[in-house]
Design a protein. Structure first.
Length: 334
């Protein structure tokens, strides 16, 4: 298989969450051919109606290459020039899938066995596929998770803590504000206290970061607002027990703070001869809960162009990734 051609074929199949079915079917067909050649096994594993993980095994899989099938919207098809392959999912993670598939084919041609591939649904939303896989492990000792790290082995990734701040008030005519109670003003007061909180830092992962992602509320410009909501996202780097207390204290007495999502920060092992990095984004690794073995995180492409209209992946990194995945599988099998 050719890594450029396979990348473009994958990019051109729209798989915006939760529409992973068509790309899963394509890979199932391609990998069934590979399994037939090398006495492997391909299993399509239902996660939710119309949504399946795809597991491929060659012998007893002590090492598993894994990434996700879904992309963020909007979909746009592939194109290429001398340096890059462009398109939705080019680096997050269609190019990574292609690199893993080509690396697997070459490993099999070299006589390597006892490894597999696992492609999961839903990473861009709630890691549904990885959570399901965590309840049905294969017995592997290591899982190599693919995300855009510019082909550097990640020493860790920041976690995620998401809250919803909800304020309530009382409607009134804006000419007589004393008769009402502004939910928006309450929300703004709480958000100002939140912004002043000293956020934790970590010597490897760096500082925590705060994003007030959405604010909505009110009825009309001439109505005192009776409701207002903000969604808050914090990239966390360490234990969050004290931080949660501080967030909930900042919310009082103006708003109710509801924790929506928590993914812990991740610390990973380095390996000799592999360049390393630290990433701020979250991955499927916490959702696997160690059920698929010790995790490693590496993949071609830059996260800085993922989720953008300029999403692309360098061709040189695709070629390099094939070799890196081969090296990593061989090393871990030893």
């Amino acid at each position: 298989m050719k890594v450029f051609e396979l990348t473009r074929q994958l990019v051109d199949i729209e798989s915006v969450t939760p529409n992973e079915g068509p790309v899963c079917s394509f890979l199932e067909t391609e990998l069934s051919h590979l399994a037939a050649r090398f006495e492997g096994k391909v299993e399509r594993i239902p996660v939710e109606p119309g949504r399946d993980n795809l597991l491929v095994q060659f012998g007893r899989p002590d090492v598993v290459l894994s990434t996700h099938l879904d992309t963020v919207p909007p979909f746009f098809p592939s194109r290429e020039d001398d340096r890059y392959i462009w398109g939705r999912g080019a680096c997050d993670t269609k190019g990574i899938i292609a690199s893993m598939v080509v690396a697997s084919e070459q490993l099999l041609e070299e006589g390597v066995r006892n490894f597999g591939m696992l492609f999961v649904v839903g990473e861009e939303k709630n890691s549904a596929g990885a959570h399901f896989a965590a309840r049905h492990p294969s017995g592997s000792k290591f899982i190599i998770n693919g995300e855009p790290t510019e082909n550097k082995l990640a020493l860790g990734s920041k976690g995620a803590l998401r809250y919803e701040f909800r304020a309530t008030g009382r409607m009134a005519h804006s000419a007589y504000p004393e008769l009402g109670e502004s939910a928006i003003e309450k929300l703004l007061n709480a958000l100002e206290r939140l912004r002043k909180l000293p956020l934790p830092s970590h010597p490897v992962l760096g500082p925590s970061t705060l994003n007030i992602g959405t604010i909505r509320g009110g009825r009309a410009p001439n109505v005192i607002p009776d409701e207002a909501v903000a969604e808050i996202f914090i990239r966390v780097v360490d234990d969050v027990t004290e931080l949660k207390k501080q967030i909930e204290a900042a919310a009082k007495p103006d708003v109710e703070a509801a924790e929506i999502l928590f993914i812990p920060a991740l610390h990973l092992r380095a390996l000799d001869a592999f360049d390393t990095t630290v990433v701020a984004f979250t991955t499927d690794i916490p959702a696997f809960k160690g059920a698929w073995g010790e995790p490693f995180l590496i993949g071609p492409g830059s996260i800085h162009v993922a989720h953008t209209a300029e999403e692309r992946i360098p061709k040189t990194e695709l070629i390099e990734a094939v070799e890196l995945y081969k090296q990593l599988v061989k090393r871990l099998l030893k």
